[in-house]
Design a protein around this ligand. Sequence first.
Ligand code: MG
Length: 493
Amino acid sequence: MLSFKNSTILKILDYYKNIWALSYVSAVSHWDLETYMPKKGVVARGEALGRLSTIRQKMFLDKEFVGLIHMASQERGLSDEESGVVRVLLKSLSFYEKIPEEFLEEFENITNTTTVIWREAKEKDNFKIFEKSLSKIFDMNKQMAEYLGYKESPYDALLDLYEEDLTTKDVTNHFELIRDPLKELLGNIIKSRKYVETHELENAKYDKQKMSELNDKVLKTFWSDIDSFRMDISSHPFTTSFGKNDTRITTWYHDTNFARSLLATIHEFGHALYDMQSKSELEMTPIEGGNSLVIHESQSRFWENFVGRSSSFIKKFLPDMEKVVGKKLTAEDVSLYFNKVSPGLLRVEADEVTYHFHIMLRFEIEKGIIEGKLKIKDIPEIWNSKMKEYLGIIPKKDSQGILQDIHWSGGSVGYFPTYSLGTFLGAQWEEQIKKLKIKTDNYEDIKKYLQENIHQFGSTYTLDDLLKKNKMKFDPTVNIKYLQDKYSKIYNL
Ligand code: MG
């Protein structure tokens, strides 16, 4: 059955291709900026991207197009995909209609300069340099929340920007469920006899060429259609998709700790697969690929945690890992290395157990500032006391504390919770796949399951609706149960 046949929707999709084309060019420019562009190109690229986004907004707000969207929203008997198109377009429309153009322009300018200031502050290890700009970012986010409107907390309006319908109450409830069990688990791990702060493989130097070959080999094992996909290097790994037939991921290489490169590659592959397995009919439409950050992160975390950290995966690629570090390894030891739990200062290096504490801390700070209960100048102190409370450690430098993430400098407030929620959901997909008795190294059946139940739909459904369709309910305790079972075995608890 054709997904799109309503005549208003067909008109919408036809016009939308202009907007899609602009987004497409922006995405390619952005990918190039992060990978190959000579440094000095950055000013012109920033200008071009800014203008493209203004043109895109104007095109979106074209009277006739807006009329068609409103008309379609009144139609009955739309297919799920058609309703999805209307839902996604109405959301963008309401954003553009509620927020004044001058405000968006100012926001864009401020975030561009703030990122530069953040980099300087981080290099110099000095929060003071960043404080005023951060204040401005949070003030503008507060203002944005007022423009957008909300029922209970202004933070709701910001969460909804990153995950449709997500509320402060939801996030608070989810974290309430996991905080104590996770604290207990972490406490037991630290007390256990097998606990180590550092695994020796973390400090082992590795051969970057061999590591890059391993990354390629793993990706080819997961996905044989190399003509629709490529991997490059960037300062921080990311995925971008220009359509299901051209999806790009990046990875990174360091001198030591090869798992960082390998697991990042697998994580990004999980994101890429969502876009590559979206159905062809959705190409160039507003619901192509996934736009729920929680569903997206559930895919990357699924591959990273359940496939990449599994013993079957480690056994399969053990000889390649030996080449990477240039010495004999045992699967048991690599497994301990890949699944080591120990509190650290940096979110991006955190293990499965401590990761959520990093997110809770950021969530509590963001919520506090947006609701007017915390002040920016007090944040470094609050950061330290929460780190002490959750992980028992305190950063000595701002660059390893409040200045570590790029998100706030880029204007994003309300984004962090989607990382934890995605991880929770990833565990639920794992549970489903286990029920079907699909093994962690049966990549074909895993991909098929994910395609049939998640990927093919692109953004047709909201997170809630996708779960309903799969007869599931969002449940963070599945992740907790998984962590308790897994780490009790590893640490003999
Ligand atoms: Mg991710």
